[in-house]
Design a protein around this ligand. Structure first.
Ligand SMILES: C[S@@+](CC[C@H](N)C(=O)[O-])C[C@H]1O[C@@H](n2cnc3c(N)ncnc32)[C@H](O)[C@@H]1O
Length: 247
């Protein structure tokens, strides 16, 4: 397995503008109630008190996608990690406003939490607009790299889904290259439209909305964890260009 440890220390800012008093109160009072335990192995029972399908979001930003998914599937458990304090405060606001009992949050690195989950335990992993690290010399810091992907593959159930959204054309091509050579994920795109249009059960994040306002395109990748590494398709994926209609 490649080593994902460099990536976990490389996330950007962890604090932005000062929290409003109501947000600070949420962090003080609600976060301890929904926080992922700091130490030890994690599983559905420890996190939610019962056996349920688990989902994990890496870098949930302001938490709107996590909250949307959690509200839609109250019987599933949703775990999110985000080092940015203001994002965690915003996510706590969603948890409170929507009365979500099936969300657990970790303020910090996602990979350290992923590592503590059992193998083949996750039904879904969401990686929406990961930091692009656009310079070629920083490519190894991208979350879509073999180290983190090995970890994600180990924690996804066979048939579980990894979703990746990006508005960065360099990241888009990079992800297609890295994912295209992996045998443990099957790309769920049959035609270009499958990754050029947002699936109905994939709500727009604040970051995505900003990208669109600023005229950037967005790509939506869905991969299924192959039952075994040998069963993955090896066919050439469709081109990301919007002019192509099918592969
Ligand atoms: C460009 S933002 C996208 C946020 C959100 N997914 C969205 O679409 O609105 C990337 C996020 O990844 C977070 N991040 C970076 N490295 C991380 C890590 N190792 N673990 C968890 N989150 C991380 C950053 O703090 C940031 O909020």
């Amino acid at each position: 397995m490649g080593d994902p440890t460099t990536i976990r220390r490389l996330y950007g800012r962890s604090k932005g503008r000062p929290l409003r008093p109501a947000q600070a109160a949420l962090v003080e009072e609600l976060l301890p109630q929904v926080a992922v335990p700091e130490q030890g192995p994690l599983d559905s029972r420890r996190l939610f008190g019962d056996e349920r399908p688990l989902h994990f979001e890496i870098g949930f930003g302001a938490g709107e996608h996590l909250a949307w998914q959690a509200e839609r599937r109250p019987g599933d458990g949703f775990v999110g990690a985000e080092p940015f304090l203001n994002g965690v405060a915003a996510a706590l606001g969603h948890v409170r406003d929507r009365g979500l009992a099936n969300v657990r949050l970790h303020m910090g690195d996602a990979l350290g939490v992923l590592e503590r989950l059992p193998g083949a335990s996750l039904s879904g992993v969401y990686l929406l607009h990961p930091d692009p690290w656009p310079k070629a010399r920083h490519a190894k810091r991208r979350m879509v790299s073999d180290g983190p992907l090995d970890l994600i593959a180990a924690k996804l159930k066979p048939g579980g889904e990894l979703r990746l959204g990006t508005d960065d054309p360099v990241y888009c091509r990079w992800a297609m290259m890295v994912m295209g050579r992996r045998r443990d994920f099957d790309w769920q795109a049959e035609a270009a439209g499958d990754f050029l249009e947002r699936p109905a059960d994939w709500p727009e994040t604040r970051y995505e909305a900003k990208a669109r306002r600023e005229g950037r395109e967005v790509w939506y990748f869905r991969y299924r964890r192959a039952a075994s590494a040998g069963t993955s398709r090896s066919s050439r994926p469709p081109e990301p260009s919007r002019s192509s209609s099918s592969r």
